[in-house]
Design a protein around this ligand. Structure first.
Ligand code: UT7
Length: 324
């Protein structure tokens, strides 16, 4: 018998305010056509004034817990993937804990930028298979609208806000790739590439939160190659191939990256969950948002084999193979 971390609940939250591409046309030298054709983005959600990352995370978590039919106090650990915390500390995860009324367990944040949810899943899986936790709430939540330079047209049109949450529970499996749950993970980072995507402020430098800076085109080229390779490695670790994949659930940064990666993996686009048109790039929230939408639309069904993959600042990238 093998212990598996099995998904039992998923939920998401998107702020009410929807910003169409046309909103940027009055403010910047850009167009709906440029944004759509270069990135696939049509609209994104922005948090309201005063709306925080932890509040969005709590809303998404309530839905995930309801689907899993468990109470907050049955959760042993809360992991939040975010680069846009409410405060430098305490962690967003502890704010979620108190927001949900949890009085037990432990909570911490993971910071791997757009790859954060993949890193959080790998951590949650390790806690469950090693017997340190039976039920883990894994969240990706971001307010990237707070770190945009509104004069930089090459970045501010691309990002959005939102949160997604997943409940993982320990279940026994037979140890083969037919099991439900997380079957393999693959994590990578390479700090030599840190200037491709970073924020130009921080606690021990400027004392400010800073603004996002990105070398979009070089990053684009790194992304397709690294995403395909990490997804391949994760499939190999699970003793599976691209032919076994029901759904790729990619980080939603750019439709052309999503298409290029799917092509390299030899998976047709009708087996890829795509939400970038409606959410923009929500960094660590993008995979749980896409998962939640895919489940709500009835595309992702119990027993389906999923590959989630993401890359972001660091560079940090990785993939998870999961049977729903
Ligand atoms: O989530 C983390 C991972 N993130 C990513 O992986 C993002 C990766 N990068 C990308 O998605 C794409 O590189 C972008 C969407 C950011 C840009 O697309 P691109 O095809 O790489 O365009 P580019 O950067 O080569 O720019 C092409 C042109 C430039 O003009 P010139 O120099 O050719 O005259 C830019 O100045 O488009 C210009 N441009 C814009 N034009 C209108 C840049 N931003 C805009 C804009 N509106 N908003």
């Amino acid at each position: 018998m093998t212990t598996r971390a099995v998904a039992t609940g998923i939920g998401h939250y998107l702020p009410e305010k929807i910003i169409e591409n046309s909103w940027f046309e009055d403010k910047l030298d850009t167009s709906d056509d440029w944004i759509r054709s270069r990135s696939g983005i049509e609209r994104r959600h922005f948090a309201a004034e005063g709306e925080t990352t932890s509040q969005m995370a709590v809303e998404a978590s309530r839905k995930a817990l309801a689907m899993a039919e468990i109470q907050p106090d049955q959760i042993d650990a809360v992991i939040v993937a975010t680069s846009t915390p409410d405060l430098t500390f305490p962690s967003v995860a502890t704010m979620v804990q108190s927001g949900l009324g949890m009085t037990r367990g432990f909570a911490f944040d993971v910071q791997a930028v757009c790859a954060g949810f993949i890193y959080a899943l790998a951590n949650a899986n390790a806690l469950i298979v090693s017997g340190q936790a039976e039920r883990v709430l894994v969240i990706g939540a971001e307010t990237f609208s707070r770190i945009m330079d509104w004069e930089d047209r090459s970045t501010c049109v691309l990002f959005g806000d939102g949160a997604g949450a997943l409940v993982l529970e320990a279940r026994s499996g037979s140890g083969n790739s037919a099991d439900r749950g997380i079957l393999s993970t693959d994590l990578n980072s390479d700090g030599r590439y840190r200037e491709m995507l970073y924020v130009d402020g921080g606690v021990s430098t400027s004392g400010t939160a800073g603004k996002l800076r990105m070398q979009g085109n070089p990053l684009f080229r790194q992304a397709v190659e690294k995403l395909a390779s990490t997804a391949d490695k994760a499939l190999e670790k699970a003793k599976l191939t691209h032919a076994d994949v029901n759904w790729i659930v990619p980080h939603q940064a750019n439709i052309r990256i999503i298409q290029g990666t799917a092509k390299k993996l030899d998976v047709p686009m009708d087996r890829v969950i795509v939400t970038v048109q409606d959410h923009g790039n929500t960094s660590a929230a993008s995979i749980p948002l896409a998962l939640s939408v895919g489940v709500a639309q009835g595309k992702i069904r119990p027993g389906d084999l999923l590959v989630a993959e993401a890359i972001g600042g660091g560079l940090a990238w990785g993939a998870v193979v999961l049977r729903w």
